[in-house]
Design a protein around this ligand. Structure first.
Ligand SMILES: Cc1cc2nc3c(=O)[nH]c(=O)nc-3n(C[C@H](O)[C@H](O)[C@H](O)COP(=O)(O)OP(=O)(O)OC[C@H]3O[C@@H](n4cnc5c(N)ncnc54)[C@H](O)[C@@H]3O)c2cc1C
Length: 373
């Protein structure tokens, strides 16, 4: 049985491990964090990704953990409501669509429950990848070197695998001019299944209810040219938010005060990954590592789930990994490009209903059973 090292155990890595085992491979999952990572927002499983979840027989369980939202409002800088809807919510889409909005950590937990028996190595990272005839020798920060048939990077926007096998991130990252943070808080505002969006020019954010109204997820962001910052220095990232998210009324100053105490603060650039090829010899990429669409697209999780399914299916169809990788790319690229375009919509000029309609128009734009040569 061919062995596949998967770097990253979030949505793409977990889904890929599941589907590779289904196809008869032996996946080994490596995760840099010491344990499965918590935090982040409610993510959306839509269209073709919902079909992938159904094929994993996880759709009912995911519906059971679904985040229910009844609508959204938009506020101006002073906190006056300028838009309200009970039909769409920007981060959830059409509220009667059947799509699933679920906390990222809950989705990953569901998939990982299915992955029992698959070898997982936490708290380690790849330091070198040497491709030779018939295999790949991988060196790690902590563990002894090991040999695999294939290596797949599912390690996100700042993929370590991509850096080692394809080159520095700067060659592939396209900044969209915004930085975004998210953290959890108890629902001290008493919001009821609601999303409230606020912005003024270059700063803005959202607060939304999760976990049956018990908790809030608070997003704060600001427009900026690329900033050099330490990905691991959370205090410095909080300072960036405090320094830049200014001039907003309503509850926003209170959000910033609470941010300092949050323990699951997540901060990153709104950025996309654009690569001419997602594969190099026996190494390939999946999910954000290959083609991050940016949180603004609302489709990163769906792309990761569909990409994992298609990649495993293509590897299962042939013994020639190069043929499989080429077919995977041919099938995924149009879907990726249509979804990456969603993040480029002008949010100031596009009404929320139109943004949701554009997502609906592309969420199924791939045939999961297509056979390409
Ligand atoms: C903690 C967290 C919070 C998030 N919050 C949001 C959010 O609020 N909004 C949003 O739109 N998207 C968020 N995302 C990103 C979102 O999960 C992805 O866009 C999408 O689900 C695609 O998933 P992915 O598995 O490709 O990438 P990711 O979910 O980014 O997963 C990458 C995984 O690789 C791991 N990893 C990183 N470096 C290494 C390494 N060197 N070796 C091994 N493993 C490594 C990471 O710890 C992570 O588990 C978040 C991701 C994480 C990890």
């Amino acid at each position: 049985m061919a062995t596949v090292l998967i770097s990253g155990s979030s949505v793409a890595g977990s889904a890929l491990a599941y589907w590779l085992r289904e196809q008869g491979f032996t996946p080994v999952v490596l995760e840099h964090a010491p344990a499965p990572r918590r935090g982040g927002q409610a993510v959306d499983v839509r269209g073709a990704a919902l079909s992938v979840l159904r094929r994993m027989e996880l759709e009912a369980a995911a519906h059971g953990l679904e985040n229910h939202t009844d609508g959204m409002s938009m506020l101006d800088a002073e906190g006056n409501e300028v838009f309200r809807s009970e039909e769409v919510a920007l981060s959830s889409g059409n509220l009667d669509s059947g799509d699933i909005e679920i906390l990222r950590e809950d989705l990953v937990d569901l998939i990982q429950e299915r992955n029992q028996g698959i070898e997982h190595c936490f708290g380690d990272s790849i330091t070198a990848i040497a491709q030779e005839d018939g295999g790949v020798t991988v060196e790690f920060e902590h563990a002894a070197p090991r040999r695999f048939d294939l290596v797949i990077g599912a390690d996100g926007l700042h993929s370590n695998t991509r850096r080692l096998a394809f080159g520095p991130e700067s060659r592939f990252i396209r900044h969209l001019g915004t930085y975004l943070s998210v953290f959890s808080e108890e629902n001290y505002l008493g919001l009821d299944r609601w999303q409230t969006w606020f912005n003024s020019g270059a700063v803005g954010g959202t607060v939304m209810t999760v976990r049956d109204n018990a908790e809030l997820r608070i997003f704060l962001g600001f427009a900026s040219d690329p900033i050099e910052y330490d990905y691991r220095d959370v205090q410095a990232q909080k300072q960036l938010i405090a320094d830049n998210v200014t001039g907003l009324g309503w509850e926003v100053p209170g959000f910033i005060e609470r941010m300092w105490k949050s323990e699951d603060f997540y901060f990153d650039a709104m950025a996309q990954i654009k690569m001419d090829s997602w594969s190099s010899g026996r190494v390939s990429l999946v999910g954000d590592a290959a083609h991050c669409a940016a949180p603004l697209s609302g489709q990163g999780t769906s792309l990761a789930m569909v990409g994992a399914y298609v990649l495993a299916a293509e590897l299962g169809r042939t013994d020639d990994h190069e043929v499989a990788f080429a077919r995977y790319e041919r099938r995924m690229r149009p879907f990726v490009e249509a979804n990456q375009a969603l993040a480029l919509m002008d949010r100031e000029k596009t009404p929320p209903e139109e943004m949701v309609a554009r997502t609906d128009a592309v969420k199924n734009a791939i045939d999961l059973d297509a056979v390409v040569d």
